[in-house]
Write a protein that binds this ligand. Sequence first.
Ligand code: FAD
Length: 464
Amino acid sequence: MAPEAQGANTGNNSSSRILVIGAGAAGLVATLELVREGLDVVVYEQLKETGGVWIYTAETESDPLGVDPQRNRVHSSMYQNLRTNLPREIMGYLDFPFMAKQGRDERRFPGHEEVNLYLKDFAEHYNLLSLIEFDVEVEYVGVKGGVAAASTTENRNLKWIVRSRKVGQVDQVREEIFDGVVICNGHYAEPKVVPIPGIEGWPGLHMHSHNYRVPDPFQDKVVVIVGNANSGGDISNEVASVAKQVHICARNWPADKLSVSEGGPRKNVWHHPLVERAYENGTVKFQDGKSAIADAIIQCTGYLYAFPFLDAQELISVEDGRVSPLYKHVFIPSLAPSLSFVGLPSKVVPFPLFQAQVKWIAKVLTGKVLLPSVSVMTAEVEKLYQDLEAKGVPRYRTLTIGLDAFEYVDWLLEQCGETPAESWRKEIYLMTSVNRRVNPDYRDSWEDQELLEIANASLHELSE
Ligand code: FAD
């Protein structure tokens, strides 16, 4: 059931003009759901095509670490051999199954190109392309009348000033007014880097996984990989196949896995805690007292949330991995519902979650579903932060919602009067997570055949 109307957050009507920023997986499905609700939508995308992170390019940034603000920027973080870490049947949107197509990459965990093609199929199927302006970068989004208007405009009819620019045309800034802005700018383009004492004098290649494409440059080298999550796992595998030695540093190795070589086919891979210090003679010393003379350090340490165009510093803080205050990870209470964020939660199944979020946003924008009052939303957000603190969850994990994402998606769908997502989605997710932990070959051998058949039957029905 939708929450009780409290009068403070009435949405706009269907003549509202809404801007979607970004035409990646989040922006595409946002466009569809907003259009489905009869809203007038335009999408600004800085690249030349749809797909966002799934558009592979061999190009990398001028600063391999990805921290110099003046660097040439490359949006995508895909590496050439990347295959999905989720199986296609749970990865696709809720009502547009990611089915294997003859003549394309039919694998259950396909390569990045297949995901890009799936997103292009989606955009074409729903005629979304005519709503997207490519090569347009949004530079500024701010409340008309200033953020002070947000605290006084009790009926929430805020307007948004948006400044955008055709990429490459520095002097041609367009300024427009929108009734709502849906931010779908992604959060895998701004590298997060852990500090390494002594790194300034260390002579090797220091880079972030954002700029990793192929293992070839690491042939016969000694490579330190910092981080052992999805990218760290994949990249260490690839690099280990050509490098002399790979040293993977992570906070979470079990004690019996520390300071030892993996053995088996990965005899050249060593596990350590974090790096203690790097030295001018090329030595990298780890916190377990071991060291290596290394040629390269690849930080696979994740990404920062960034909204460089958003002028609302007084009302939103992006600090230590927490974007706050965000009601249900989507709305800043005092700016709701006309400003929303799609796709911020991490360690989730992204596409279905994006779709559930934007279904809700679209219904709220048309006033079909009402939000609680600003004070109720604010109190709920504060309670969430207090609960996380009481449980000892670090701030940077606020948006790492993991398994709670399934309940979250069902809550969002329920707000929209829709039935919960099918139960096989969560079961397959769990089976995949277990298989990934124990089986390095999880993308090509699995034991959830029965579930897979149930899923495929359900998806076939949907696609007919
Ligand atoms: P993006 O795809 O980043 O799209 C954002 C878009 O906004 C981009 O096109 C960008 O150009 C545009 N944009 C940004 N700023 C502006 C601006 N100011 N003006 C105009 N346009 C702008 N997910 C899975 O489901 N399965 C996987 O196996 C998987 N593997 C992954 C592997 C890697 C290496 C990475 C980085 C991510 C992976 N993901 C995976 C997560 C993936 O990010 C999401 O699936 C999803 O594609 C993110 O979509 P998005 O639309 O939020 O962001």
